[in-house]
Every structure is written in structure tokens, then in C-alpha cells.
Design a protein around this ligand. Structure first.
Ligand SMILES: *[C@@H]1O[C@H](CO)[C@@H](O)[C@H](O)[C@H]1NC(C)=O
Ligand SMILES: *[C@@H]1O[C@H](CO)[C@@H](O)[C@H](O)[C@H]1NC(C)=O
Ligand SMILES: *[C@@H]1O[C@H](CO)[C@@H](O)[C@H](O)[C@H]1NC(C)=O
Ligand SMILES: *[C@@H]1O[C@H](CO)[C@@H](O)[C@H](O)[C@H]1NC(C)=O
Ligand SMILES: *[C@@H]1O[C@H](CO)[C@@H](O)[C@H](O)[C@H]1NC(C)=O
Ligand SMILES: *[C@@H]1O[C@H](CO)[C@@H](O)[C@H](O)[C@H]1NC(C)=O
Ligand SMILES: CC(=O)N[C@H]1CO[C@H](CO)[C@@H](O)[C@@H]1O
Length: 331
């Protein structure tokens, strides 16, 4: 059966800062025993084989830098516009003929909440095929980094309280903790009362960025936070910041040597005013309850700007990128 994978946007629900305009699709034929067919074999199954071969020919994939493309590991965090970056990586994977590690259990998630293990990946058609890219939902583990040791690794984080305002809005009906609290003010007045371990999505009610990165999200130990920060520093080549969306695109573009077309996908939409409605005391409680994530953000926002300072023409490039994005929006 031919399967078209729609690259859906899980994240852009409530606080709509950005809207994805282009929904690219990737084409794969998954045989009945679950193995993914080789790219070369896909066209044999197409109703118009010659046309299919033209479209999928090597010459037709972007090879602007004419060099071997890098393997990539992207740890997808929740409510951070990570779907937009995942979409860029999926397109990169398809356009450069790289192999995407797909979850064995379903289309989008590697057995969450279990930490990533290589045996969670759907086998490739040929044993000699190697994975190049992992970018679907999973909880990071040590094994992840051994799985593709030479990969370019990156993540994206978002500031508080806005991260948890959109998290509450997105999950308010599906987690016991949020549903019982009814509204965000109630929840953050006494979060420990509503917190409900073991119920669906409860892990997203506290420090979920730390959770997705494979750390103990219950921790309030600042020494442990410091160790986690060091581990992230060592593990990841780049930490992007959702709040500075275009700057993040530029940093990713430079690191992966992407063309403009490969990163121009997103449109600045309406501003999110939900966060503005949150009182000062609730803001403080959000930061306190999620102090691990707050520490991660503070540290990596600083290193992010340090990296940006080294890009000489940043302002100009941001302007161009925004113009291109607006043009795409009008299109
Ligand atoms: C899976 O199916 C393909 C053909 O659809 C076949 O060539 C391959 O040997 C099968 N793999 C296993 C492990 O059965
Ligand atoms: C296949 O597509 C080409 C255009 O790329 C067209 O000329 C040709 O007639 C098509 N063949 C069939 C069998 O539909
Ligand atoms: C690339 O695809 C286009 C259709 O989008 C086709 O016209 C062209 O012939 C293809 N190039 C090659 C080298 O096959
Ligand atoms: C959540 O529940 C409320 C009240 O039960 C309902 O009005 C609302 O439509 C629900 N929202 C979603 C996104 O399901
Ligand atoms: C956090 O602690 C609770 C017990 O208070 C436990 O059930 C839960 O699994 C812990 N969560 C994580 C991510 O360790
Ligand atoms: C991130 O860091 C920059 C540069 O230090 C600072 O101006 C900005 O306020 C920080 N952002 C947040 C949301 O704290
Ligand atoms: C739609 C389609 O072409 N499906 C094919 C996918 O691959 C299997 C295994 O080779 C074929 O049996 C299907 O016909």
C-alpha cells in the first residue's frame, strides 16, 4: 500500500504565533511485513513509472552544496514550534535521499514514554541500509546518541510562562490534572494537589522539556539541573529558541548548510495574547513549578544569543527571511 505521510502540525494549536503554509509530503511504500521499500523500488509500484523516476531522480534533489549531507538527530519537544523544524528536517531527508528512522509501532512516536532504543525503529528493506535521520517524537536516551554517532544534533526550547500557557490550553481536556483544575489559575495555585502521576499526559504538566530530553522531570535539585545542562551542552550541537524563530531558522540553516528554500516555510501569524492575561503571581508559580525547564531556558537562551552574535549579517538575513516568508504567505 502506498502511504502518504502528512507532516502534521501538532504544536500550533492554541497560541498561534506561526502558521505553516506548505505541507510537504513524503512518499513511501511499506510492504505488508512492515519493511520500507528502497527509494529505487518505489517507482516500480507507481502507475506511471517513468514519470515517477523523473521526479525522484538524483539530479532532481537539491544538491546546492554538492557534498555529502549530514545525519541528523532532532529531539522534538512539546509546544515549542518543534513541528515546524521537524517539517524542515523531513523535507531535508526526502530531498537528499536520506533514510528516516521510522517508529516500528506507529507513524509518529517511538513508544513514548519509554526512552528511545534502536529496536523501536522499523527495519529497513536492506540490512545494509543505515539510518540517517531521527526526528519523530521520542524521549531521549544515551542509546539515541550511539545509534547515529556522527549526527548533527539539535533541540528547540521555549520561554516560560508562554510554554505552559499553550501547554495548558492544548491539554486541558486530556490530562486529569488540568481537567480537574479547570483553569490555569487554579492549576498553578496548587499544582501539587492536581498533579496526578500515572494518568495520561501527566508528564506534560511539569518540566516537559526536561522530560523529553530524558531527565527526571520531578527534580527540584539545582545541582542536578546543572549536570543536565552540562550533558545537553555536550550532547547537542545547537539549542534553538522558539521565541526567536527566524534567528533559530538562520542558525539551523548555517549549521546544516540549508538553502533559503529549505528553511522558508513559515508565516508569522497573529500574536498570542493568552500569555499577557496571566497574572504576575501565576507567572511566578509557573516558573516555580517548572523550575527545571526555567533553568534550561535561561541557560540556553544565553548561549543562543552568544552564538548569534558571531553571525555578522544576522539582521539583514532575518529581514530577507521574513520577506521571503511573507511572500510565501501571499502566495
Ligand atoms: C518483506 O517483504 C519484502 C517484499 O515485500 C521481502 O522482499 C522481504 O524479504 C520481507 N522481509 C522479511 C523480513 O520477511
Ligand atoms: C506518464 O507521464 C508522462 C508525463 O510525464 C506522460 O507523457 C505519459 O503519457 C504518462 N504515461 C501514462 C501511461 O500515463
Ligand atoms: C526533474 O523533474 C522535472 C519535473 O519536475 C522534469 O521535467 C525533469 O526532466 C527532471 N529532471 C531529470 C534530470 O530527470
Ligand atoms: C474541552 O471541554 C470543554 C468543556 O467540557 C468544551 O467546551 C471544549 O469544547 C473542549 N475543548 C476541546 C478542544 O475538546
Ligand atoms: C514523578 O514522581 C511521581 C511520584 O511522585 C512518579 O509517579 C512519576 O513517575 C515521576 N515522574 C518521572 C518523570 O519520574
Ligand atoms: C534571551 O536572552 C536575550 C539576550 O540576553 C535577552 O535579551 C532576552 O530577554 C532573553 N529572553 C527571554 C525570554 O528571557
Ligand atoms: C499501492 C502499491 O503499489 N502498493 C504496493 C506496495 O508494495 C507491496 C509489496 O511490494 C505491493 O504488494 C503493493 O502492491
Amino acid at each position: 500500500m502506498e502511504i502518504i505521510f502528512k507532516l502534521l502540525l501538532f504544536d500550533l494549536i492554541s497560541c498561534k504565533l506561526f502558521r505553516l503554509n506548505v505541507e510537504k509530503t513524503a512518499k513511501q511504500n511499506v510492504s505488508s511485513n512492515g519493511t520500507v521499500l528502497r527509494r529505487e523500488d518505489i517507482c516500480k509500484l507507481d502507475s506511471n513509472e517513468s514519470q515517477c523516476r523523473k521526479l525522484y531522480s538524483k539530479d532532481n534533489r537539491s544538491t546546492s552544496y554538492g557534498e555529502k549531507k549530514r545525519n541528523v538527530i532532532f529531539v522534538k519537544t512539546f509546544q515549542t514550534h518543534s513541528s515546524s523544524f521537524q517539517n524542515i528536517i523531513f523535507r531535508y531527508t526526502v530531498n537528499h535521499g536520506l533514510n528516516l528512522a521510522m517508529p516500528r509501532n506507529n507513524g509518529g512516536r517511538f513508544f513514548t514514554p519509554e526512552p528511545f532504543r534502536p529496536d523501536m525503529v522499523r527495519p529497513f528493506f536492506n540490512e545494509d541500509q543505515k539510518p540517517n535521520v531521527v526526528a519523530s517524537h521520542f524521549v531521549a536516551s544515551e542509546e539515541l546518541f550511539d545509534y547515529i554517532p556522527d549526527a548533527f544534533t539539535f533541540i528547540i526550547l521555549k520561554s516560560l510562562p508562554s510554554l505552559y500557557v499553550s501547554t495548558f490550553d492544548y491539554l486541558k481536556n486530556s490530562t486529569t490534572a488540568f481537567a480537574t483544575a479547570k483553569n490555569i489559575d487554579n492549576f498553578y495555585s496548587t499544582p501539587e494537589v492536581f498533579f496526578n502521576p500515572g494518568t495520561p499526559f501527566n508528564v506534560y504538566t511539569r518540566n516537559h522539556m526536561a522530560y523529553n530530553l530524558g531527565f527526571d522531570s520531578n527534580s527540584t535539585d539545582s545541582e542536578y539541573f546543572q549536570k543536565a545542562i552540562e550533558r545537553i551542552e555536550n550532547r547537542f550541537d545547537v539549542v534553538l529558541i522558539s521565541d526567536y524563530f527566524f534567528e533559530s531558522l538562520i542558525l539551523l540553516q548555517d549549521n546544516l548548510r540549508l538553502t533559503h528554500d529549505e528553511v522558508v516555510t513559515l508565516i508569522k501569524d497573529d500574536t498570542c495574547d493568552e500569555t499577557a492575561k496571566i497574572s504576575k503571581s501565576i507567572t511566578n508559580n509557573i516558573k516555580k513549578w517548572n523550575s527545571f525547564d526555567q533553568q534550561l531556558f535561561n541557560h540556553f537562551n544565553a548561549t543562543f544569543w552568544y552564538k548569534l552574535e558571531k553571525i555578522p549579517d544576522l539582521k539583514k538575513r532575518k529581514e530577507i527571511l521574513m520577506q521571503r516568508t511573507e511572500a510565501l504567505d501571499r502566495y
